[in-house]
Design a protein around this ligand. Structure first.
Ligand SMILES: Nc1ncnc2c1ncn2[C@@H]1O[C@H](COP(=O)(O)OP(=O)(O)OP(=O)(O)O)[C@@H](O)[C@H]1O
Ligand SMILES: [Mg+2]
Length: 168
């Protein structure tokens, strides 16, 4: 079983499709972490995941709400902690304190699928599928590399099932 693998996409639609294939096999309690620069494609990928999970409504960027919950075949919590990291840096308050205020522990313990943009240390130590989205050098504007890594037994299993689906 592999624990790290990467795939290239050539368009936002392709990134959504790859995300959709993952969404189709996610199970309650799975954690998916999305990192990469602003505009790398984390939300685009998340939209595909939501479709795969069977969520009918459009998934939007939760930057200002921190987290949004959707229900499909399983419950999906889509979080974007960018603003929280920003607030920690500006206020000098520890991130752990800000996380406690938004009830982050409860999100981690819930049986929803947790999909997190800008996780930072909020997801340290979790068994998670970590995906870094990386832009290609110019002029390949619409190309991204998705570097995927599983950090535990459960996420390895999911990565394995997902990679098999890339081929079909
Ligand atoms: N191969 C690709 N995969 C994903 N997005 C792509 C690709 N090519 C071009 N794009 C474009 O890049 C942008 C990605 O935006 P998106 O909001 O998904 O990024 P993000 O990583 O969530 O950013 P942020 O950190 O601000 O939340 C979109 O405008 C999308 O159309
Ligand atoms: Mg985003």
């Amino acid at each position: 079983m592999v624990d790290s693998v990467s795939i290239r996409t050539q368009s936002p639609e392709q990134t959504r499709r790859v995300g959709q294939k993952l969404g189709e096999l996610l199970q309650p309690g799975d954690v998916v972490l999305l990192t990469g620069d602003v505009g790398a494609g984390k939300t685009t990928f998340s939209q595909g995941v939501a479709t795969g999970v069977g969520i009918g409504q459009p998934l939007t960027s939760p930057t200002f709400t921190l987290a949004a919950e959707y229900s499909g075949r399983v419950r999906l919590v889509h979080a974007d902690l960018y603003r929280l990291h920003d607030e920690a840096a500006r206020s000098g308050r520890p991130l752990a304190e800000l996380l406690a205020e938004i009830g982050w522990e409860d999100e981690l313990e819930s049986d929803a699928v947790l999909l997190v943009e800008w996780p930072g240390v909020a997801a340290a130590g979790l068994d998670a599928l970590a995906i870094e989205l990386v832009r290609a050098p110019l002029p390949r504007l619409d190309e991204r590399e998705l570097r995927c890594r599983a950090t535990g037994k459960r996420s390895k299993q999911r990565l394995d099932e997902w990679v098999k689906r890339w081929l079909f």
